[in-house]
Structure formats: structure tokens, C-alpha cells
Design a protein around this ligand. Structure first.
Ligand code: AMP
Ligand code: GLY
Length: 426
């Protein structure tokens, strides 16, 4: 049996690593993969990114199931392309992926279905956006409509910052976004207070299987300072997701979303990630939807998965998620991202990586922005590695991760020293 994982990040390395444990498996192809997936038994990188070429490859190699990591491939319609050719794939269609690819779609959908989220308004007119912000006051949140790798959001503490963000995201009057694809729009949102958590589920169109909860660390600096990133570290489970919060999230957010999408004729299949803001009073609001697994959340989540991932995926693709359960390691898993110099701005690449440790039962270094060059593993992207460990408690997992990092080196390496601290401070 052969499987295919689409993507090249730490999330995809973790997916492929987890799938490689399947009994009777021949191979997991990773397209395009990274130096970590290249170096592992049973994994093989394939250097293809074009959607039709990927479908050709899956057909030729008789791949039984494809799993998609990144949102870009989903938003481009990889699931539509594969399904049209009768190829099994787990992910949302292009239409369903709008829950992530268009903030405007997501916000309007949530409004239609009474799904709790921040109040919002959408603008393509700069003057109207400025006037709205003046009326609302700060703090306020300005978001570019469209995929922005977690970097198209400004949480403005002052009106000056808010106006500057509008000027930057909404060029006057009819200019195009940098990729030239869409007319620019911004979503302006009410600022939500509380603690964030990542709530990720598998969906088969109608049934939902929740994965273990987790918490990301989005800012580059210790103590949640500095600019937003794709995520600098995560741990699972997230203590803030109490059984009550879990139940409320399923009842108020996840199930209405899955039912609402089906009712609107866009059934949702794939991983669905609700970014939650959990208030002091236990209320839960949706900060955002992602139409995929989180990165780096996936690394600690999958480290705790004791069930066979392929079995879960097969049930999902067959529309039988109601017939399966996921079993989780009782231990805590924690992942610390090691990022390249200059990240989250344009990262420097080509720095040689040394001191990568051997994997063990409770510690694994997932690769992201790495490639092999002349027999040496070097950096090739912003987030380079994710050192992920298991421990009996958060403190032990944290200690293990930071002890492992001591041996790893590349020039310009930056990481947060406080991953998991929020759980310790509770
Ligand atoms: P997003 O790309 O929508 O997930 O936003 C990135 C980050 O900005 C989130 O993880 C939050 O930390 C913050 N954020 C986004 N929207 C809001 C909001 N309405 N209120 C407070 N913080 C927000
Ligand atoms: N870690 C946040 C995300 O994957 O969007």
C-alpha cells in the first residue's frame, strides 16, 4: 500500500512519520517534502507541485489515499482535481476551503449560522474603512481578506496603528493584492479578550471526530511579544480546553459549521481547525477557521496519537467517522520551533544544521524548512525544525525539548524559551 502526503513543512513530516507506522505499508510519498522526510525509511520525496501532475503520479503509483497539508493546495482545488479522477483524498474541496481562504466568506457564514465570533465589517473602500475604525475605536483588529500565512492580521492597540494597517492592506482605489488575484478587501473585527486554543477535528461531510486539543504560540518573542508568525511552538492537550469548553465548542461552533456547510450544499470534508478565543466566563468564540491541520500543532498532536492514523483517514474518506474513535497518549507533548535568521520576515536560507539528535520513543525532531545540499542539511525556509517531546507533565516535556535543543545548531537560529509556560502558569 502506498500513500501520498502533500506539502513540505513540519506538519507534513509529522503526518508522513505517523502514517509510516501503519502495518503493511510500502511507502509514503511526500510531495515535495523536506530533508527530514527524505532521510526516513519508508518515506520518499517526489518533486511535484502541479495539481494535475500530482494526480497523474497518484494514478501511476496506485496511491490508495492522499492527505493534504497546506491550505494553498486546498484553496487551489486539489481535492476537486483528485475526486474528478476517482482518486481518494482527504481534505476540503476548493469551495469548502473558503472557510479559510476567504475571511469574508467565513465571517458571513458564521453570521448566517449564529456561530460565535467577533463582530465584523468588510471594506474595499479605504475611506469607509478609516471612518469605521474611527467610530469603533481601539483596540481593533484589521485582517487582509485572503491567504496570508498568519501574517495578514494586525491587532491594533491604537487608532494610529489601525489606520496604518488599512493603508497598507487596502491600496487606493482599485489596485490589486500583491498576487494580483483579487481586488483587495479588509475585514475589520472587534478585539476579543481571552486565551486562545486550537481545536482541530476530522470531518467526513456529516460526522466529526475531534483530535486532541492544543495551544500554539503565534508571536515570535518570549512572553507573546513581537510580530505574528505561522506558529513558534505548541503543546497538547491545552488545559484551557476543559471538558465544558470542549462540549461548548462542539455544540456552538463545530457541529453548526459542519451542518451549515452541508445545508448550503458545500459539504465539508477534511481537517477543520477552529482557532478559539476562550473567555474568562467559559464562553467560546471563533477567531478563525483553517481548512487543514495546524503547524506546529500537528507535531505534538500526532506524537500523542495511539490509534492508527490511516484507519481514521479511511473512515473519514468513506463517510464513516461515526464508527471510529481516536485514542490518545495520556502524556503531554510539546513542540518548540527552531526558526531561521530574520524570520518572520524573509528568512535567510542556506545555513548548515548540525547536532540533529537521534529519535527516541519520547522525542522527535520534525523538519520543515530544510534541504540536503552536498551531503549537508541546510536551512531552506522560515521555520526550520520542530523539536517535539513527550513527558508525564508539561514541565517534563518542556525540559526534554529544551535539553534536546542545546545540541542543535545553525547560524541565526531563533526560538522561544517559554513554550508551554501558559499551562504552567494556570
Ligand atoms: P488569524 O490569522 O485570524 O488567526 O489571526 C492571527 C492572530 O491574531 C490570532 O491568533 C490572534 O492572536 C489574533 N487575533 C485575530 N483576530 C482577533 C480578534 N478578533 N481579537 C483578538 N485577537 C485576534
Ligand atoms: N499554527 C497556526 C496555524 O497552523 O494556522
Amino acid at each position: 500500500m502506498k500513500l501520498l502526503v502533500i506539502g513540505s513543512g513540519g506538519r507534513e513530516h509529522a503526518l508522513a512519520w505517523c502514517l509510516a507506522k501503519t502495518d503493511g505499508l510500502q511507502k509514503v510519498f511526500v510531495a515535495p517534502g523536506n530533508a527530514g522526510t527524505a532521510g526516513e525509511r519508508q518515506l520518499e520525496n517526489v518533486n511535484i507541485t502541479d495539481l494535475d501532475a500530482l494526480a497523474d503520479f497518484a494514478e501511476e503509483e496506485k496511491v490508495s489515499l492522499t492527505v493534504v497539508g497546506p491550505e494553498a493546495a486546498l484553496a487551489a482545488g486539489i481535492v476537486n482535481v483528485f475526486r474528478a479522477r476517482g482518486l481518494k483524498i482527504f481534505g476540503p474541496t476548493r469551495e469548502a476551503a473558503q472557510l479559510e481562504s476567504s475571511k469574508d466568506f467565513a465571517k458571513r457564514f458564521m453570521a448566517r449560522h449564529n456561530i460565535p465570533t467577533a463582530r465584523f465589517a468588510t471594506f474595499s473602500n479605504q475611506a469607509a474603512a478609516h471612518a469605521y475604525v474611527d467610530r469603533q475605536g481601539a483596540p481593533i483588529v484589521i485582517k487582509a481578506d485572503g491567504l496570508a500565512a498568519g501574517k495578514g492580521v494586525v491587532v491594533a492597540a491604537t487608532l494610529i496603528e489601525a489606520h496604518a494597517a488599512i493603508d497598507r492592506m487596502l491600496p487606493e482605489p482599485t489596485a490589486l493584492l500583491p498576487d494580483g488575484a483579487n481586488a483587495a478587501r479588509v475585514v475589520i473585527e472587534e478585539f476579543l479578550e481571552g486565551e486562545e486554543a486550537s481545536f482541530i477535528v476530522m470531518v467526513d461531510g456529516k460526522d466529526v471526530l475531534p483530535l486532541a486539543s492544543s495551544q500554539d504560540h503565534k508571536r515570535i518573542g518570549d512572553g507573546d511579544t513581537g510580530p505574528n508568525t505561522g506558529g513558534m511552538g505548541a503543546y497538547s492537550p491545552a488545559l484551557v480546553v476543559t471538558p465544558e469548553v470542549h462540549a461548548r465548542t462542539m455544540r456552538e461552533i463545530i457541529l453548526p459549521t459542519v451542518r451549515g456547510m452541508a445545508a448550503e450544499g458545500i459539504p465539508y470534508t477534511g481537517f477543520l481547525y477552529a482557532g478559539l478565543m476562550i473567555g474568562r466566563d467559559g464562553s467560546v468564540k471563533t477567531v478563525e477557521f483553517n481548512c487543514r491541520l495546524g503547524d506546529p500543532e500537528t507535531q505534538p498532536i500526532l506524537m500523542r496519537l495511539k490509534s492508527d492514523l490511516l484507519t481514521l483517514l479511511e473512515h473519514a474518506v468513506a463517510g464513516r467517522l461515526d464508527q471510529v474513535e481516536a485514542v490518545w497518549d495520556r502524556r503531554v507533548a510539546l513542540g518548540v520551533v527552531l526558526a531561521a535568521a530574520n524570520y518572520p520576515d524573509t528568512p535567510r536560507t542556506g545555513d548548515a544544521i548540525s547536532g540533529l539528535p537521534k529519535a527516541s520513543e519520547d522525542s522527535y525532531v520534525f523538519h520543515a524548512g530544510t534541504i540536503e545540499q552536498d551531503g549537508q542539511i541546510v536551512t531552506s525556509g522560515g521555520r526550520v525544525l520542530c523539536v517535539t517531546t513527550l513527558g508525564d507533565n508539561i514541565k517534563q516535556a518542556q525540559k526534554r525539548a529544551y535539553n534536546t535543543i542545546i545540541g542543535i545548531h545553525f547560524d541565526g537560529m531563533q526560538y522561544r524559551h517559554d513554550i508551554g509556560q501558559r499551562a504552567l502558569n494556570r
